[in-house]
Design a protein around this ligand. Sequence first.
Ligand code: MN
Length: 248
Amino acid sequence: MSTRRDFLRVAGGMTAGTTLLGTMGTALAADAGAPVAEGGGGAVTEHKLPELPYAYDALEPHIDAKTMELHHDKHHAAYVKGLNEAEAALAKARAANDFAAIQTLSKKAAFHGAGHALHSLFWKVMAPAGKGGGGEPAGDLADRIKRDFGSFAAFKGQFSAAAAAVEGNGWALLTYRAEDDRLLVLQAENHQKLSPWDAVPVLALDVWEHAYYLKYQNKRVDYVEAWWNLVDWSQVQKNVAGLQRLRV
Ligand code: MN
């Protein structure tokens, strides 16, 4: 028997599902083109590369201009292209009722889609040092960090250790989990592995070698230390606030 409570549960689940894709940057939704129907396989979105919210050299000296240019214009662009190709191929397979390639295509869509989402978030949560970037969080975010990690210093230590310890290419993430309304530090290998699904990234640090190698070579720890000067805590606070609607 259907009850209002059941309905709310279902509605809440649907909200969470749709929001996971959209929350990591409203930029993602804003930059995506209109869905295109194609060959009876369902709608296909044309994802677009979001523009950087600052100049290539705006994050100097902590992240150099050449790294930013290559990272955004080449690496992120390749994830957008890969995602569009994977989703178009999936739509084509659906239209043909041909699911033999679904494993390969799903992997491709997950890798490139997560890469697109995390890079879009990464650009947004940074700002030039001293002009929106760096310092410490205030208000609600500061309170949450103290509650969930003990102190800002303890959080920073845990996040930096997560970044340093990512095996191979990946990310350190601060995530929000609606179930218990708390913040968690997680790692991602590549862009999509190790995800518990219900924790949504609100702050992301790219530790793929392409993110730092030109300036820092093998010294990932130095890059991580410098990166703290660029974190835009007001944006992180906005990301957390935007996820409050996932609470049911
Ligand atoms: Mn990257």
